[in-house]
Design a protein around this ligand. Structure first.
Ligand code: SF4
Length: 499
């Protein structure tokens, strides 16, 4: 069947944009989200997030009905905002649009402005996020929310070049700084960064709370001050408390978001985010903050690139970090003879797929299928040569790289190309079951296992977590099948040939 004539019943290899947007907003302190659209969207997202993170998830909805769809949803959204403030007392509200709101052409910003007019003195920051479900995937929705928060929060440019007189320089680079005039502002001093020292912004895509905790610890280990945006580590992997808290207390405070404009560098973990959608590019264009877009820190090259970027900003590499790197290399050597048998189908968001494919190729695991549901024309050129070289060494005849892909297509290639392993979300479980191959669950969503919030993929430890699972899956396969294979090869076939 032509790529343009697909059966509409296929299972898309992606989640919709507002799913990513509400996830990112969970990483903002005191933030509550409301979806401007029908109730089903909020129910779908609550259900996915609750089962993956094993946390209660609250997402409000403007609950548009037929009437709102025809005459506009202003009244619903105004009422929804009032109710939300009364129940949750948030510091921040993220209003995310959905397919319906975007299709009927709602002017969400105008409705929010009207709400401010109706409620003078309101001390709640209301952010609007354009996230039509059909506009992209959860990854694009995630970055849209992060960028909207940064764009809509008043910046406080108190950077490394603070001059103490109300004006200061924002460092574009060491030699070339520029003076921003009349920037004297007061802000609440709730910050983990020291105004006397430079800091870096770290912008992540959707990573697990456990990986977020690792990232924060790693940056501290290198002695760097940083602002992490967003910070999912607490709100989506919380502690048990006696009284249920409607509004989670973790996340990046707006006071720190306001300081991002004064950072010495932004590190954005994304290779594919377009300039118009990138928070790092916005900070650069609006405030002169230099930036670097890095791959997710997975595998030896992903980690080395990250460490190198941090060293350039004054990060100190400890002996312990060098030992961790050495242990990872040692594990690569230990596991290569098992990993070399793996023919993996890697699927998910483009940055996850790219980082995982590179990790696979470093370890002789041939990614015979690399697939994303996102429309991402750059995916193929960025990993094609690497996969071809890996396949060549391992005598794999063919590999397929697909964007805008669904699970029907992934299953077809799994069969055609002899995949013996899947790496991605639990959405691949039906294919894995039908084909009798293992599935390593390490991406959102994970519905059929617990521990989605604790999945580790980043750093040397996280990479090792994936590597060990691949090696063990191959060992399990061998131990479950070698007797039958030997019997067939050296006894039954010979007996059959002789008789
Ligand atoms: S795809 Fe559109 S209608 Fe479906 S849940 Fe997402 S926003 Fe709602």
């Amino acid at each position: 069947m032509s790529d343009n004539l697909v059966n509409l019943n296929v299972n898309p290899c992606k989640m919709c944009m507002p799913m990513g947007a509400v996830t990112a907003l969970y990483g903002i302190r005191g933030c509550m989200s409301i979806l401007h659209g029908s109730q089903g969207c909020a129910t779908y997202m609550r259900r996915h997030l609750a089962t993956h993170f094993n946390e209660p998830i609250d997402i409000a909805s403007s609950a548009l009905t037929e009437q709102g769809t025809v005459f506009g949803g202003e009244a619903n959204l105004l009422k929804g905002l009032s109710n939300l403030i009364e129940l949750y007392h948030p510091e921040v509200i993220g209003v995310c649009t959905t397919c319906l709101a975007e299709t009927i052409g709602e002017d969400t910003r105008a409705i929010i402005n009207k709400f401010y007019e109706q409620n003078p003195g309101l001390a709640v920051k209301i952010i609007d996020v354009s996230s039509p479900g059909y506009g992209g995937t959860q990854n694009e929705g995630f970055f849209a929310a992060v960028r909207a928060v940064i764009e809509q929060v008043e910046p406080v440019e108190l950077g490394q070049g603070h001059k103490g007189d109300g004006s200061f320089c924002v460092l574009e680079d060491a030699e070339n700084s520029k003076i921003i005039e009349n920037t004297k502002r007061t802000v609440p001093l709730v910050s983990s960064v020291s105004p006397d020292k430079g800091w870096i912004n770290i912008i992540t895509p959707m990573i697990s709370p456990a990986d977020t905790r690792w990232l924060k610890g790693f940056l501290r280990e290198l002695g760097l001050d940083f602002i992490l945006m967003p910070d999912l580590s607490d709100n989506l992997d919380g502690v048990t408390v006696k009284t249920y808290q409607r509004l989670k207390i973790g996340g990046t405070p707006l006071s720190e978001v306001a300081r991002m404009a004064g950072a010495q560098l932004t590190v954005e973990f994304s290779e594919y985010t377009k300039p118009g959608e990138s928070p790092a590019v916005f900070l650069n264009q609006a405030h002169g903050v230099p930036y670097v877009q890095l791959p997710l820190p997975m595998g030896i090259r992903g980690m080395d690139a990250f460490i190198e970027a941090l060293q350039e900003q004054g990060g100190l590499v400890s002996d312990e970090l060098l030992r961790a790197r050495g242990r990872y290399l040692d594990a690569m050597v230990d596991g290569h003879k098992y990993c070399a048998r793996a023919r993996a189908a890697v699927f998910g968001e483009p940055d996850f797929v790219t980082a995982t494919v590179r990790l696979c190729c470093e370890n002789g695991i041939v990614p015979v299928i690399a697939a994303t549901g996102s429309v991402c024309a750059d995916l193929k050129p960025s990993i094609e040569a690497e996969i071809a070289a890996c396949a060549d060494i391992s005598f794999a005849e063919k590999a397929e790289i697909r964007d805008d892909c669904d699970f029907d297509t992934i299953e077809k290639y799994c069969q055609e190309l002899g995949a013996n392993l899947m790496i991605g979300s639990s959405e691949g479980r039906r294919i894995a079951r039908r084909l009798g191959i293992p599935l390593i669950r390490c991406a959102f969503p994970i519905h059929d296992h617990v521990g989605g919030q604790r999945v580790r993929t980043l750093g040397f430890d996280g990479s090792l977590n994936i590597l060990d699972q691949v090696a063990n899956a191959m060992l399990d396969k061998t131990s479950a099948s070698f007797r039958t294979e030997l019997y067939q090869k050296f006894y039954k076939d010979e007996v059959g040939a002789a008789s």
